[in-house]
Design a protein around this ligand. Structure first.
Ligand code: AMP
Length: 283
């Protein structure tokens, strides 16, 4: 496995692979890797000749007062996991090489980011799509894998690729959960024991919504009220948002649910902001 820190070297590595006729799968991450990330690598591995994972805590996507400085890092552990998943290269750049002096160009997202995390974290998705496009230009993947745990991010990147005719296939991957249902996240490392056990309410509330939907409930108000009540029963949880939105356009749904809908939520436990979601299905 090649460890590549320099963006120009990453681009050369990718160009050489392409010139040998090899296809490239890419998994961008912010590191502190867990089984959710590894599941994306397995999907990528199966879809191309070469697998590249990047580890980069991207300052552009963090707002003022967010957790950029304290975001968990474990370079040695991450490299070992990438190696054991059969990555051919790990791209591990630093902010000063990704954003050298004079860097000033950014992508701007649209309506998809006026809701959910986009509303709570202004500028976040502009930072995400900017770094993802730059990473795509360096890694030159044929296919890139993103988790549907970050449901809005997956939609925003899919749209960016479509809007700007970026020659990459975007593949969405299922949410990987711990036993008990908590979605794996690098930020779970921040949770204290009581917060962690109360955070199980997130997935439980999504299951509750799914049960109601499968039983025929189509009133968003009824489903949202049940979800909110379940989360609010946890004294340490503070709801940022709980919303039912159109599964593709992410527009909030107020009338009877007739189109595919996703229930998305963000809840704070102390300083930790957790997100989760579930696409509601008939059965
Ligand atoms: P992050 O390192 O948090 O930026 O995540 C990198 C990629 O891993 C993103 O595509 C995430 O959606 C994905 N990911 C994070 N957690 C999970 C999970 N529990 N299940 C599946 N994918 C995940």
């Amino acid at each position: 496995m090649d460890l590549i820190r320099d963006p120009a070297a990453m681009r050369r590595w990718a160009s050489e692979a392409r010139s040998r006729g090899e296809s490239i799968a890419f998994v961008p991450t912010m590191g502190y890797l867990h089984d959710g990330h590894l599941s994306l690598m397995r999907i990528g591995r199966a879809r191309a000749d070469r697998l590249v994972t990047s580890v980069f805590v991207n300052p552009l996507q963090f707002g003022e007062g967010e957790d950029l400085e304290v975001y968990p890092r474990d370079e040695e552990g991450d490299l070992a996991k990438c190696e054991s998943e059969g990555c051919d290269a790990v791209f591990f750049p630093q902010p000063d090489t990704m954003y050298p002096p004079g860097f000033q160009t950014r992508l701007v997202t649209g309506a998809l980011t006026t809701v959910l995390c986009g509303a709570s974290r202004p500028g976040h998705f502009d930072g995400v799509v900017t770094v993802v496009l730059k990473l795509f230009n360096l890694v030159q993947p044929h296919v890139a894998v993103f988790g549907s745990k970050d449901y809005q991010q997956l939609q925003v990147i899919t749209r960016m690729v479509r809007d700007l005719a970026v020659p990459v296939e975007i593949v969405g991957a299922p949410i990987i959960r711990e036993e008990g249902g908590l979605a794996l996240s690098s930020r779970n490392a921040y949770l204290g024991p009581d917060e962690r056990s109360q955070a199980l309410a997130l997935n439980q509330s999504l299951a509750l919504a799914q049960e109601l939907f499968a039983a025929g409930e189509r009133d968003p108000g009824v489903i949202l009220a049940a979800v909110r009540a379940h989360i609010q029963a946890q004294p340490l949880g503070e709801i940022d948002y709980v919303q039912l939105v159109d599964a593709e356009e992410l527009t909030p749904l107020y009338g009877p649910l007739v189109r595919p809908a996703v229930l998305a939520l963000a809840v704070r436990f102390g300083r930790t902001r957790l997100i989760d979601n579930r696409v509601l299905s008939e059965s």
